[in-house]
Design a binder for this molecule. Structure first.
Ligand code: GAL
Length: 378
């Protein structure tokens, strides 16, 4: 769990934005809710390498990365940075292909705790496994624990080789945008598109402690242009409704996905904070079994999804993709509930309500919304 600069600041990010984000993670209670890693995405570096080494951008990051990492660590947060497994980053800055050992040592010396490693720039004819393993090996050699986040957009099925390349998480899908769904002609993927791909790709078996499928960062609290390169000419008209944001967060919790907030923390409203810090939803996300929830069934535009939890419990999503309210019903036999009981307690996470059932689970769900239950055998 953490926060990444890309969706809110894109290529305009400065060290001041990162310092404010660090302060806000603490002041708002996000850090204490679990959002621990603060990651600077693309565009922190200067236009040229210096003898093969990366240099911070002199105007946007004048104090340097080591000082910034120290500022972040002083607030009991972890510090992350970005590079690419190509000659340049997605925004055209120098990257790490061919310089893996130098850069890994540099990151370790600076106090970096997390590396997001992208897929842009000339690959010099090397395949993804070779390029990502080279950085994985370089990180393993340095005297510092660095979480290795592989970001090749799910293109080469990283769920098959990400662990072997030294990765701890890997993007399973293309870039997220703050929309419900996108047309082929638009940049990125909407929330509903990603939910579909996470299930269609059948990748849940490769997900678990130490190696996570990553459906990309959170777009909660963001406008519709968020997370898009400043170099792309895009026109977008819609963001997410409150129901769609709730659906987004509920699914990322059900997927046991990395939760990287991506909103401007200085401008954050109460609704966004309440969603990101809902204790029951975060507990479902952080459940120690680390299971990626999957779809149990579909009827028209309604769907039932579930995820097995510790202590014989189960998280259930009743999802309405349609445009009118729908009553959705399932049973404990249908969802991934490992324990039989005569009675089950159902906690409704978003309604903050609780009741008992002998096996039926149901709710009336608004369009593009979900009911999120935690079900416990008695
Ligand atoms: C994309 C990546 C985004 C962001 C961007 C920066 O490839 O998927 O999450 O890092 O590059 O340019």
């Amino acid at each position: 769990m953490g926060w990444n600069s890309w969706n809110a600041f894109s290529c305009a990010v400065t060290e001041e934005d990162i310092r404010s984000a660090a302060d806000r993670l603490v002041e708002t209670g996000l850090r204490d809710a679990g959002y621990e890693y603060l990651v600077v995405d693309d565009c922190w570096m200067d236009d040229e390498l210096d003898d093969g080494y990366l240099r911070p951008h002199p105007e946007d990051f004048p104090s340097g990365i080591e000082a910034l990492a120290e500022y972040v660590h002083d607030r009991d947060l972890k510090f992350g940075i970005y590079s690419s497994a190509g000659r340049v980053t997605c925004q055209g800055y120098p990257a790490s292909l061919g310089h893996e050992r130098k850069h890994a040592r540099q990151f370790a010396d600076w106090g970096v705790d997390y590396l997001k490693y992208d897929n842009c720039g000339d690959h010099e004819g090397k395949d993804a496994l070779a390029r990502y393993s080279a950085m994985g090996k370089a990180l393993a050699k340095v005297d510092r624990d660095i979480v290795y986040s592989i970001c090749e957009w799910g293109r080469n099925e990283p769920w098959r080789w990400g662990r072997n390349a030294g990765g701890h998480l890997w993007r399973a899908t293309h870039d997220i945008v703050a929309k419900w769904s996108t047309e082929d002609t638009e940049f990125g993927l909407g929330i509903a598109d990603i939910i579909d791909q996470m299930d269609d790709r059948d990748i849940a078996p490769s997900h678990g402690p130490g190696g996570w499928n990553d459906p990309d960062m959170l777009q909660i609290g963001n406008g519709p242009d968020s997370g898009q390169s400043k170099l792309e000419d895009v026109t977008v008209e819609r963001g997410l409704t409150p129901a769609e944001e709730r659906t987004h967060f509920s699914f990322w919790c059900l997927f046991a996905a990395p939760l990287m907030a991506g909103n401007d923390l200085v401008e954050m409203d109460d609704r966004t904070l309440a969603l990101l810090t809902n204790e029951d939803a975060v507990a479902i996300n952080q459940d120690p079994l680390g299971i990626q929830g999957t779809r149990d069934g579909r009827l028209g535009e309604t769907e039932v999804w579930s995820k097995r939890l510790t202590d014989g419990r189960c998280a259930v999503i009743l999802f309405n993709r349609g445009r009118t309210p729908a009553t959705i019903e399932t049973t404990v036999e249908t969802v991934d509930m490992s324990v039989d009981a005569a009675t089950y307690t159902v906690e409704d996470v978003w309604e903050d309500d609780e009741w008992q059932t002998s096996g039926t689970l149901h709710a009336t769900v608004d369009p593009h919304d979900v009911a999120l239950f935690r079900v416990s055998p008695e």
